[in-house]
Design a protein around this ligand. Structure first.
Ligand code: HEC
Ligand code: HEC
Length: 158
């Protein structure tokens, strides 16, 4: 609760909109496009590392520059969507049924110390935890860890 209030305050002041790119999406894009990961995987592609769509091709970023983004949020939004297109939806398939969005899980329950991810409340390392929690196959664990690690940066959950 305290955390949500802080996020809301930062957004109201405009400070977190550039920082927590998932909060920016939730406040400026979600009402029309739904969750970012599902939208990205459904509608967008990546061609030679460049975010694209059927409609705009690789000029998509130029369209987005005039579509609810700011100069400060355009780059992080494009990076987030690019990462989502190129990552399998393991979180949606294995975790969403019990947890909220991956961004919320990371904000509330994950922290990174010396490059290693831990559960915030119990303090246990996430790598061994996810070997037995959430029903991931062994080779899927590092993929989900990488997604959560990226989300630590994208939500500034430190
Ligand atoms: C008021 C509604 C609305 C909001 C808010 C909105 N969009 Fe859109 N967006 C649209 C519409 C309408 C289109 C064009 C029709 C379509 O492609 O669905 C579109 C198109 C897009 C496309 C291109 C899709 C394609 O297939 O070419 C992207 C990417 C996109 N929006 C991202 C965003 C992002 C990022 C934000 C927030 C920063 C955002 N939108 C906010 C309504 C909205
Ligand atoms: C069947 C429901 C369920 C699914 C599916 C599930 N979780 Fe959980 N998760 C829980 C519950 C309940 C807790 C709190 C109790 C606990 O720690 O086991 C939890 C706790 C956690 C924690 C905090 C652990 C701690 O020590 O504080 C993390 C991180 C987490 N889950 C990540 C994930 C990820 C990532 C996935 C998908 C790979 C996932 N969970 C799938 C129910 C689920």
């Amino acid at each position: 609760m305290r955390c949500m209030t802080l996020v809301a305050l930062l957004i109201a002041s405009g400070a977190a909109s550039a920082a927590d790119i998932h909060a920016y999406w939730e406040n400026h894009c979600l009402e029309c496009h739904g969750h970012a990961g599902a939208f990205a995987r459904d509608r967008l592609t990546v061609e030679d590392g460049v975010l694209a769509s059927d409609r705009w091709g690789t000029r998509l970023e130029r369209f987005l520059a005039n579509h609810y983004t700011t100069p400060a949020t355009l780059g992080p939004i494009v990076a987030m969507l690019t990462a989502q297109v190129t990552t399998p939806p393991l979180y949606a398939e294995h975790c969403r049924s019990c947890h909220a969005t991956a961004a919320d899980l990371v904000r509330n329950s994950v922290e990174r110390r010396d490059g290693v991810l831990y559960a915030r409340s119990s303090g246990q390392a996430l790598a061994p935890f996810l070997e037995r929690h959430g029903g991931l196959a062994g080779e899927e664990v590092p993929v989900v860890l990488q997604v959560l690690d990226r989300l630590v940066d994208e939500t500034l959950a430190r």
